[in-house]
Every structure is written in C-alpha cells, then in structure tokens.
Design a protein around this ligand. Structure first.
Ligand code: T1G
Length: 678
C-alpha cells in the first residue's frame, strides 16, 4: 500500500498532500505522513509556509471509522493536530469536498483555513454516537464563539463554505485553483503572528451567557431524545468556556471515551456501514450496465402516487401521472402542488423551484401517453386483480425494455410479473407513506427480475434520496412482515389485560416515535374495514362501528383534543374488555418488561426467518429497514443489532418463556454463541 501522504515544494511553500481514497480518512498512515510533513517543514529553513490539502474528491472526511475498536496505532489525531498548531511557520488548510470530523479538526489546528465555494465543513461525530475527539469541541468555540459552535457540534450537520466564512471558521472562499490560491494565501502570512485557535477566546459569549447551552438543548427538543452524544457535545462546548484549554481537552477526552465505549456509538457506527452495505446487491457486480431512466410514469394520483411522483419531480425527472378520471387527476396534481407550496412556505424551496418541479409533471387519462416512459410505477388499490389488469395494459403500451414496478406493500410480485410478457423487467418499489418524506424504499426482487433492472432501481433510489433495501417476495416483504408479528402480540396483550396506552408507553420509552395503537389512529383504524357497522367481529370493527376512525375523526383508540393531544377513552376500554370477556382470557396486569419482550422478540425471530429464507441479503439490511421505515431508535442500531446487544440466548429464552415460536436459525445462532450482525 503506497504512502498516502506526499510533500511538494511550491517555491518556499511546502505542500503536504493526502491521496487516500475514497474520502482521505485519517487512518494511521495518513496521520504518520502528516506528522512527517510538519516535521520536514519545521526542520527546513527554506520552507517559509505550509499548505495541507488532499487529492481526490474531498479534504479529510474524518477519522478512519474502520479503525475504531481496534488497537490504536500512533500518532493519535489529537497529537498530530497539536503538532500542526505548534508549527513555527504559517499552515493553511486548503479545503474542497467535505472537511468532516477529524478533517475539520485538522483544519482547526491549522493557523488558517480556505475553501472552494462548494466545500462543506462539519463535525458529524454525534451521528456516530460520539463527539469530536481531537479537540474540536475546544478549538471551534474559541474560534467562532459558543453560539455558532453549538449547532455544528451538537447536530452534526455540515455547513456551506459561505456560512463557514460568515462565522469565522474559514478565512477565505476562493474561486480559482485551490493549490495555487493556498500557496499565495499562506505566503502572504509569512512573518505575521501565528493565530493558534487553542489560544483564542471568542467563546466569551458562552461564558457571559451560560443560558445558551440550556436554551439550545430545549430548542433541539425531542430530536435529541434518548441520544447520549448530543448532551455530551453541549457539555464539551460549555467546558471550552469554563476551563483552561488543556483541562477542556481532558474533559472532551473523558466524554469522548465514555461514548466510544458505550453501546450507542457501536450501534450508530454499525448503522453507518449498514446503510452503505444495503446499496450493494450480492452476486451482482457494481458495473452492470444501468438502464437510463429519463422519463417516469405513475399509475394512480392518490396519496401514494402523488408522493412517489414528487420524489422524481424533485430530482428533476419528468413524470407522466395517470388517473382513470379527470376529477381524481386534478385532485392528485393539486395535492402535489399544495405540498410543494407548503415546503416553499417553510423556506426549503423557492417559488421558482416549485414551478420547475410542477413543470415536469404531465397529467393524463390515457395509457398511450406512457409509451415512452423508461419506468412506470403502479400505485393503485391493493387488489391483485386490479394490479394485474394495469400491468397487462402497461405491457401492451409501454416501450420494450422499460421497467414496470408495483408499489404494493405485500402482494406477490411474481404473480404480477407473470401477467406480463416481460417478467424480467418487473419488480416491486415499495415506498413508505408519506412517500415524498420517508427515506426507506423496499426494492422487491422477483424470481425473474433481471440484474440490470434491479441495479437500475437501486441506483435510481439513491438519485431520489431514498435508502433502498433489496427484499425477496414474501408476504409483507421485510418491514411489514415483522410489523405483523409486533401487532399480533400487541393485540394479544390487550386480550390479557394490558391497557393499550401501557403498550404504547413501552414503545415510546424504548425510543419509537409512537406505539402501535397511536400508529393505528394516525393511519386510520378503518384501513381494510369492510364498512358494515352491523358486522362487529374485532376490536377494530367495534371502533369503526362507533365512528372511532382515528386522529382524522378526532377519536380512535384515543380521544384527541383540538391540538391532537391524546387521552385514553373509557368507551374503547369497555369495547376491549367486552372482547376479552368473549375470548374468555384471564385478565392480569402485565409488566413493561413482558410487553417489551413480547413486542420486540417476535420481530427478531421473524427477522431471523427472513434471513434464513434469503428474503433479506444481510441482517444489517433489516436494521436499515426498521430505522428508516418505522422509527426504530437509531441509537440501538436496529432490531438485529439490538438483539445482538441483548444477547441471542436471552432472546430465545424470552420467546420460550412467553410461549412464542423460536426459529431454527435464531436458535442455531444463539447456541453457537454467534451474532446476527457482524
Ligand atoms: N472512515 C472510513 N470509511 C469511510 C469514512 C470514514 N470516516 N467515510 C466514508 N467512508 C467510506 C464509506 O464507508 C464508503 O465505503 C466510501 O467511503 C464512500 O462513502 C477524531 C472521531 C464523506 C460525506 O462521520 O459522511 O472523525 O461502501 O458512500 O455518499 O473527532 O462518507 O465504498 O466501501 O458515504 O460520497 C467523522 C462519514 C468520523 C464522515 C461521503 N466523519 N462519511 O459521502 O460516499 S469520526 C464522518 C460521510 C471522527 C474525530 C472523530 C460520507 C461522505 P464503501 P459514501 P458519499
């Protein structure tokens, strides 16, 4: 492996250049090269100034996450940063791409920082359950002030070069050749006092007004709920204003190590790689030729069809959307416009961008207008006969080689494919509602789906900002198949005496955004209802018969006030008690532990079955599905990583104790002392 760091002489300026694809991660050899380069500069009188820059697509994008958990190899990044700052000649960081985490900390240790306009800078460690660990929480506030430092350190979101210049993180944004601009810039600083960020004190704002820390925590609200790192990040930034630099660094190290050793960081690092692994299709080479998708057709302009269309319109891909009658078509396109205008009102889009997106939308009542589409996505009523008729017509009208996809959430893709003469070009694209918001996309691979069709769908998913996971054809694919197991137990618990609000509370305490009965009220308790109020065969039938359709009716399992605050309902409690009496189940109070085990362990078991049947490519894919599609708390890593954290033996023992099925796959893994995830 060639040395990723080289030095170049540009007259009396030494360039230390990293070429460590794909993102110039600050692995051991990079740190060693940086140290060598700085020592070369300090030891040579002909060198008057230093530029630190990177080849490839980006400046250092952070520490090398693959090194975490392995025996450390020196020099450690904080020491390299201290050496850079101690250099007796001006050092400038020349930034392009994304200077993130340790990369931003290297830049902070330099005396100056310049960047191209497209560059971004950030400290995303909290997204890995960490905080910056190379004095970033101590140097940044001293350079830009506590108020400006807080969002960067606590949210982990990067900022643009312009914004970075505004807050003082960048000294200049340069248009020309970055290497040349950096040489000229740093040469102009020769002979001037060296601005060392560790010795600055622009974070007096935090000292004068310590309320900013609690204010920031309150303003961040629920988003930080359950995560350890953001609070640690706030404490570290506060320490920068309260302690001398060296003590502040010690405090940062203490907070960093506690997080690094914790399960949340392990879970979030697992998720970082899981999301990237999900994009890879086992057995299909990364360079299979993709089918160009320049025009998309959508069948159905309802909630799902409209939301799906927005994903492509927002990515600049023209969409022809078809409905069976004009009123439905007008309603659908009206909702799309309304959604865009709402986004514009929140400042996340300009009026021009709304018109641009709407200008790419072609509503139609005629299948003939779909002939030239490269991909058509069906989003009609969840009825196999209707879907087959749609696909039969599409097969006749749409050009050869075009992909035909169904948005079905559970119907058999192979059966749909067989209703066409092009089963190789048929697959499932299961979007999650609201389709223009939820990041998850289950890409359902039929028995005959071609590799290039599947690879095209996975690449297209990235283009429209989705996190795609390949699923096999089974009832409910990955997410809903596991959700059904949780729902089964949630309903059973009600018949045994658990209160529905207790069940929801357990899920909320675990970290879900809502529990199963809150979800039912949000989605509507009348989904799939037979609409005959005289036919009451289930609790849901009884709720619908009583007009308790959920939040939209102001009452479902819960009663809702005008601010949608929920309150348990005596009427519902009586309905449930009546059904429980009919089932003749003995009533008992049920502990939160039992509720949690009975809701989540069967999901783990179903995930194990999904893996055993090959319906998911890898356990981490299942984690990606549940974190992005159902709000499984990221800081536990997803159902499979969480089960590994709990211990598979404990999960198996819990399932058996509650009389619930244990799959062979799960039992084998537990008995072998193995994990579901790597
Ligand atoms: N370490 C190791 N590998 C990394 C990496 C990293 N920091 N970042 C990316 N990769 C790999 C990634 O796994 C993928 O590999 C390939 O690079 C392309 O990534 C001390 C402790 C930079 C915005 O959190 O946000 O510094 O799948 O597909 O979409 O305080 O990567 O090809 O084999 O994501 O163009 C802080 C994490 C670390 C940044 C580029 N830094 N990376 O996005 O490509 S902790 C981060 C990203 C730290 C210090 C602390 C993104 C990106 P493969 P990609 P992309």
């Amino acid at each position: 492996m060639s040395d990723p760091i080289r030095t170049e002489r540009h007259g009396d300026v030494l360039h230390i250049v990293s070429d460590n694809p794909p993102v110039n991660a600050l692995g051991a050899s990079v740190r060693q090269g940086l140290e060598r380069g700085i020592r070369e500069a300090m030891g040579d009188d002909d060198v008057k100034a230093v530029v630190i820059r990177c080849d490839g697509r980006t400046f250092f994008a952070g520490a090398d996450i693959t090194e975490f958990g392995k025996p450390p190899v020196g020099p450690m990044l904080p020491d390299v940063c201290d050496l850079i700052e101690a250099c007796d000649k001006p050092v400038v960081a020349a930034i392009h791409g994304t200077a993130l985490g340790g990369g931003c900390e290297v830049a902070l240790a330099c005396h100056y920082r310049i960047a191209v306009p497209s560059a971004k800078l950030g400290l995303p460690e909290v997204k890995l359950g960490l905080i910056p660990g190379a004095a970033g929480t101590q140097r940044l506030p001293r350079l830009v002030g506590a108020q400006a430092a807080l969002p960067l350190v606590v949210t982990g979101d990067p900022i643009s070069a312009r914004k970075a210049q505004e807050i003082g993180l960048l000294d200049a944004v340069v248009e020309g050749d970055l290497a040349e601009e950096a040489t000229a810039f740093v040469r102009s600083k020769v002979g001037q006092p060296l601005p060392r960020t560790s010795q600055m004190n622009r974070n007096e704002d935090g000292v004068r007004n310590p309320a900013i820390f609690d204010d920031f925590r309150k303003q961040a609200g629920r988003k930080l709920h359950g995560f350890d790192a953001p609070n640690a990040a706030i404490e570290a930034v506060r320490a920068a204003g309260e302690l001398p630099y060296a003590k502040g660094v010690e405090r940062e190290r203490e907070l960093f190590m506690k997080l690094m050793m914790g399960t949340q960081s392990a879970a979030m690092r697992h998720y970082f790689f899981a999301e990237r692994a999900a994009a890879k299709i086992e057995g299909v080479s990364g360079d299979v030729p993709l089918i160009p998708v320049n025009k998309v057709g959508i069948i159905g302009a309802g909630t799902m069809g409209g939301g799906i269309a927005m994903n492509f319109l927002s990515a600049g891909i023209p969409v022809t959307i078809l409905e069976v009658e004009q009123a439905a078509l007008d309603r659908g396109t009206g909702v799309i416009r309304k959604n865009y205008e709402a986004t514009a009102r929140k400042g996340r889009m300009t009026a021009d961008q709304v018109e641009q997106a709407m200008g790419l939308l072609s509503p139609t009542l005629s299948y003939d207008d779909l002939a030239g589409c490269d991909l058509v996505i069906e989003a009609v009523f969840e009825d196999m006969a209707i879907k087959k008729e749609v696909f039969r017509r599409l097969d006749q009208v749409v050009k050869d080689g075009a992909i035909l996809a169904s948005n079905t959430s559970y119907l058999d893709i192979d059966e749909i494919a067989r209703s066409t003469a092009r089963p190789g070009y048929v697959l499932g694209l299961h979007f999650f509602s609201p389709a223009n918001v939820m990041r998850l996309l289950e890409v359902v691979r039929g028995a005959e789906t071609r590799d290039d069709v599947l690879a095209t769908a996975m690449a297209l998913a990235k283009t429209i900002g989705k996190v795609a996971v390949v699923s096999g054809v089974c009832d409910g694919f990955i997410g809903n198949r596991m959700l059904a197991k949780r729902q089964e137990q949630a309903n059973a618990l009600l018949m045994e005496g658990a209160k529905y609000w207790e069940v929801d509370e357990v899920m909320l305490d675990f970290g879900f955004p809502m529990g199963p009965f809150q979800m039912a009220d949000l989605a509507g308790t009348d989904i799939g209802w037979h609409r005959d109020p005289s036919r009451v065969e289930s609790v849901r039938d009884a709720l619908c018969a009583a007009g308790r359709f959920g939040q939209k009716a102001g009452k479902g399992f819960y009663d809702y006030d005008e601010t949608r605050q929920r309150k348990p309902s005596d009427e519902v409690e009586a309905i449930i008690a009546d059904f429980a009496a009919r089932e003749g189940r003995p009533q008992r109070s049920i502990t939160a532990d039992e509720i949690r085990e009975r809701l989540l362990y069967p999901m783990v078991n179903e995930g194990a079955l999904i893996l055993d049947e090959g319906m998911a490519q890898r356990a981490s894919d299942i984690d990606v599905v549940w974190i992005n599609g159902y709000g499984w708390p990221l800081y536990t890593g997803g159902p499979m990583f969480w089960a590994d954290t709990v211990g598979l033996t404990k999960v198996v023992e819990g399932l058996e104790r509650h009389g619930l099925p244990v799959s062979d796959y799960l039992r084998r893994k537990a008995e072998a002392g193995e994990r579901l995830t790597r």
